[in-house]
Design a protein around this ligand. Structure first.
Ligand SMILES: Nc1ncnc2c1ncn2[C@@H]1O[C@H](COP(=O)(O)OP(=O)(O)OP(=O)(O)O)[C@@H](O)[C@H]1O
Ligand SMILES: [Mg+2]
Length: 484
């Protein structure tokens, strides 16, 4: 299975579309990502020796750490998850244990591989599903209890004779059980009817018709699995799976429109065609060879050693628990053992209060690549407003367009917003690009409220407008602490 093989330059330019500045961080993650690919092309003997160089991203709040991770996830084509270090508790305490991140990553990989495998069998599944749908619409005549035509068949055959689409009034529903084994020999006449029906299906003439059937329950978790589950969390999720399998999906009949039924049948057939054993093995390989875990907010578990209050003890415990996973260990998942030796870890944190050196030394050593993200300047803010494909200005423009209000940002207006953002950041707390969100909300407050009454109009946000809205608030430091 492939991982996307972008060159570092391509990765950086892809990240550039969404994140302004932060060159070093972009370079570091791009190299790390490329190294995964390089390693896979290295001769086997050496491959196992090459450990990933984990990255620690350090930078103030709101400058793009999480954003880089999020974009990277889309690019990597590898199993990728982002977890918050603060979510975990030390082993032995109630809460999420750190190994769950590996299980989560495996789950992601399973889904990826399954989707991929399903695509491969898609056309076969479509064929099979169509046959099943035709069986549902027109059950074979010699099914045990039946004599003659069912009302449903009569209607359909009448339709076919009349050669016309379905009228709007409700068509009688199919109440037949799905035949268990379909390939009974069909008579020539039946075959002909069936082909006619197939044609109507293809032409979309049956799209308003309802069929009723019983979707197959998902494959049930075997009992033993519960016993071997590694953690309480897993056990309860297994039990939940089991019960949902037992009660909700198994025996409910559902009435669906033909296109929806067809989709469901395709899903079912595709699942049947996919070899689960194979999926599990492929997914585990994928995790072991190219999985990436982004550990966000790592600074929050770097407790100061000095004050020996309780929370610190448990934070340090979490760090100690994380250690073997980063180092490389076996984690038990419900799909089998997963080795974490070659999983890449990218950790990020603001390190406002704590320093990287407050992490336990062993853990510091596991993150050899340090990149610092810089605080954002007024010029950066302007670019952030203008350039990214998902910029705030584009978002607000699109939002107000739904009210038929044409919102336009003049360049001097944006400059003014960037200026205010930088000023407030320097006077109060520096919250990075998040400041743009609060400022923008304030500038557009009135418009957002009144937009429905102004349908059809267009509005230009220029420097004067921004100043009118903000200058009072910004001047008063206390006020801006609350509002912006
Ligand atoms: N350099 C940047 N370019 C474009 N947008 C940015 C940049 N930095 C931050 N943003 C925007 O600001 C918001 C917050 O950024 P992000 O979530 O990445 O912060 P962070 O660095 O993870 O902060 P924290 O340490 O608080 O978690 C996001 O909406 C993001 O799009
Ligand atoms: Mg973040």
């Amino acid at each position: 299975m492939k991982t996307a093989n972008f060159t570092p330059r391509e990765i950086v330019s892809e990240l550039d579309k969404y994140i302004i500045g932060q060159k070093d961080a972009k370079r570091a993650v791009a190299i790390a990502l490329r190294n995964r690919w390089r390693r896979q092309n290295v001769p086997e003997e050496l491959r196992d020796e090459i450990a990933p160089k984990n990255i620690l991203m350090i930078g103030p709040t709101g400058v793009g750490k999480t954003e880089i991770a999020r974009r990277l996830a889309k690019l990597s084509g590898a199993p990728f998850i982002k977890v918050e270090a603060t979510k975990f508790t030390e082993v032995g305490y109630v809460g999420k244990d750190v190994e769950s991140m590996v299980r989560e990553l495996t789950e992601t990989a399973i889904n990826m591989v399954k989707e991929e495998e399903k695509l491969k069998v898609q056309s076969k599944a479509e064929e099979l599903a169509e046959e099943r749908l035709l069986d549902l619409l027109l059950p074979p005549k010699e099914s045990p209890k039946e004599t003659g035509l069912s009302p449903n068949q009569e209607v359909l055959e009448g339709m076919i004779l009349a050669e016309e689409g379905i009228s709007e009034q409700e068509a009688p529903d199919n109440l037949k059980e799905e035949p268990i084994s379909q390939p009974k020999a069909r008579s020539e006449a039946e075959e002909k009817t069936r082909e006619k029906l197939r044609e109507m299906l293809h032409q979309g003439k049956l799209k308003d018709r309802l069929v009723e059937f019983r979707p197959k329950p998902q494959t049930m978790m075997p009992m033993v699995e519960v016993v071997s589950a590694p953690s309480l969390e897993e056990v309860s999720s297994n039990i939940r799976d089991m019960f949902s399998g037992l009660f909700s999906q198994s025996s409910k009949r559902r009435k669906l429109k033909v296109p929806d039924a067809l989709n469901l049948l395709i899903q079912e057939e595709a699942s049947k065609l996919v070899d689960n054993e194979n999926v599990h093995q492929t997914a585990i390989d994928l995790v072991e060879q190219s999985g990436i875990i982004f550990l966000d907010e790592i600074d929050k578990i770097a407790g100061k050693q000095g004050g020996s209050s309780n929370p610190d003890v448990s934070r340090e415990g979490v760090q100690r628990d994380i250690l073997p996973i980063v180092e490389g260990s076996n984690v038990h998942t419900k799909y089998g053992m997963v080795k974490t030796d070659h999983v890449l870890f990218i950790a990020a944190g603001a390190f406002h209060v704590s320093k990287p050196s407050d992490l336990i030394p062993e853990l510091q050593g596991r993150f050899p690549i340090r990149v610092e993200l810089s605080s954002l300047t007024e010029e950066d803010f302007l670019k952030i407003l203008q350039e990214p494909a998902n910029s705030l200005t584009k978002q607000y423009h699109a939002l107000l367009k739904t009210e038929k209000v044409e919102l336009d940002f003049a360049e001097d207006g944006l400059k003014e917003i960037a200026h205010f953002a930088a000023e407030v950041n320097s006077k109060t707390e520096n919250i990075g690009a998040r400041r743009l969100h609060t400022i923008m909300e304030n500038v557009l407050d009135e418009i957002s409220f009144e937009a429905p009454d102004k349908s059809g109009s267009s509005l230009k946000i220029n420097a004067q407008y921004v100043r009118d809205k903000l200058s009072d608030v910004v001047k008063d430091e206390d006020l801006s602490r609350y509002i912006l």
